[in-house]
Write a protein that binds this ligand. Structure first.
Ligand code: SAM
Length: 232
């Protein structure tokens, strides 16, 4: 269970209505039951149900079962597509160990805005589901041009570029360190964006194979490729 509170031995953990509904209504837990909790910062902890109620209740934090496991320093930058597919990207990026998720507006992106809070909640659910102790931060939508203008060149960008068909996935031999994967929208990047990306020295274009993948497939493929070669 993901909680926002600080976790420490003996710490009381009041539950929200939704959490109480889940634990006592759905999972049918009673006083004395044990629950694994995490907040993304303090690792995983064993907590005990010390108060139940329809609208609330309380856990008491007991002992730490696992330290927080930070993911490798990998960001996912992507142009949001249809709602369900954007949800999918956030869920899979969390499972595949992205440390930060940055939706961007590009020349061919349709989305004017996103529900950042909903996407963040998806990341929390995905982290809960896959037993992670870390939840990546999902940023609000921002223009790709602004993001690139303030980019720290120490973080390299793996640009998934479908026009490089035939080029090998150039990740072997790439140096470890901070990286970001960049995935375009359904219409791809505009010629102006492609020219800008080509001119940036910290951008490494990569092919994900000869087929044009949907953006959500490309995100999963690129995250897997990066984790397999540079991840832990
Ligand atoms: N511009 C393309 C078109 O309409 O022909 C389609 C773009 S594709 C659906 C969406 C994004 O997925 C691309 O911008 C790219 O980042 C990534 N992508 C898809 N297939 C890829 C491939 N074979 N290699 C590298 N990136 C790929």
């Amino acid at each position: 269970l993901h909680l926002d509170q600080h976790l420490a031995p003996g710490q009381p953990l009041p539950l929200t209505r939704d959490q109480a509904h889940y634990l006592f209504g759905v999972m049918r837990l009673a006083e004395g039951a044990r629950v694994l909790v995490f907040n993304g910062r303090d690792g995983e902890w064993l907590a005990e149900v010390t108060g139940t109620g329809k609208r609330g209740g309380e856990l008491t934090c007991r002992e730490r079962t696992r330290p927080v496991r930070m993911p490798p320093d990998l960001w996912l930058v992507f142009a949001p597509i249809k709602k369900a597919r954007t949800d999918f990207i956030v869920e899979k990026a969390t499972e595949l160990g992205a440390a930060r998720i940055l939706p961007v507006q590009t020349d061919f992106t349709n989305a004017e805005r996103i529900r950042q809070d909903r996407l963040q909640a998806h990341a929390v659910e995905a982290a809960e589901q896959c037993g992670g102790t870390y939840v990546p931060e999902v940023e609000d939508l921002q223009p790709l041009s602004r993001l690139l203008a303030g980019w720290n060149p120490a973080r390299r960008i793996l640009w998934c570029d479908e026009s490089r068909v035939g080029a090998p996935a150039a990740l072997h031999g790439a140096e470890p360190g901070p990286w970001a994967i960049l995935i375009g929208p359904e219409g791809g990047f505009s010629p102006a964006e492609q020219a800008r990306l080509r001119a940036l020295p910290f951008v490494l274009p990569v092919s994900l194979g000869p087929r044009i993948l949907r953006a959500d497939t490309a995100a999963v493929a690129a995250l897997t490729l990066w984790q397999a070669t540079l991840g832990d």
